[in-house]
Design a protein around this ligand. Structure first.
Ligand code: CA
Length: 258
């Protein structure tokens, strides 16, 4: 998941960038409203964390202009001002959620996960395909109940594919959402990562969790195969048992290549 942090307080911006990166997010930072609006307009983000008090344009103006431009990326607004009118103005300007400073880091992460779920048709807290299960909150994954040792980038790619399961995701789309804006390498890096990821998650004789669609990209399977020894949590909380994929959300932000 790719996040834009628009925050002019350097310490807060660095702490957010470091913390979110450690959680597996791909993070870009803008330190003023003008740059934030430009980045949010030019790049494909999954979430924007937007401070209110900013030089250039304030957070309300940034949110308003984004919506006027038809950009529907979910916005979590941060502010030190905590009264009802500020809260209302934030939401009315186009923000989807609002968090007063100082905030607890676990609460911030929970707000981001909640916003991510809201933008998609299906809203599972745990993601699954075939015998594969991923807990985005804990950044842990299992295959047939056995823990997987995944890097943060592998978790990010897997989460993106599982959140769009049943739909083909192109290499370009994975690069846009799972690598930061400074990455200028070749799309072949996606192929290398997918090869490595597959060796970790697929099992001989078991249904493939991730399929290659030749010439188009990758697709997470809609089949929910009961794990041979699934964890109690996965079995109890797996939200999708019908095996049907949801339609791709119409509220998903438009794809735009920088
Ligand atoms: Ca500020």
């Amino acid at each position: 998941m790719r996040v834009l942090v628009v925050e002019d307080e350097r310490d807060t911006a660095e702490a957010l960038s470091w913390g979110l990166t450690a959680e597996g997010y791909v993070v870009d930072v803008a330190d003023n409203g003008v740059d934030g609006l430009w980045k949010a307009t030019e790049n494909a983000y999954d979430i924007i964390v937007l401070d209110v008090m900013l030089p250039g344009l304030d957070g309300y103006q940034v949110a308003r202009r984004l919506r006027e431009a038809g950009r529907w990326t979910p916005v979590l607004m941060l502010t030190a001002m905590d009264d009802d009118l500020d809260h209302a103005e934030g939401l009315d300007s186009g923000a989807d959620d609002y968090l007063p400073k100082p905030f607890s880091y676990p609460v911030l992460l929970a707000h981001l996960r909640s916003l991510t779920r809201r933008t998609l048709g299906a809203r599972p807290a745990l993601l699954a395909a075939a015998g594969l299960a991923l807990d985005p909150a804990g950044r842990t994954a299992t295959r047939d109940g056995a823990p997987l040792d995944l890097t943060s980038r592998e978790v990010a790619v897997l989460e993106y594919l599982l959140r769009h399961k049943g739909h083909v995701v192109s290499k370009t789309e994975l690069l846009e959402h799972c690598w930061d804006v400074n990455f200028d390498g070749e799309p072949a890096v996606v192929e290398v990562l997918m090869h490595r990821l597959r060796r970790k998650i697929e099992r001989p004789g078991r249904p493939a969790a991730i399929q290659t669609v030749r010439g188009e990209g990758y697709k997470a399977s809609c089949v929910l195969t009961p794990p041979r020894s699934s964890s109690p949590r996965s079995a109890a909380r797996s939200p999708r048992s019908s095996g049907r994929c949801p339609p791709r959300s119409s509220t998903r932000p438009p794809r735009h290549r920088c």
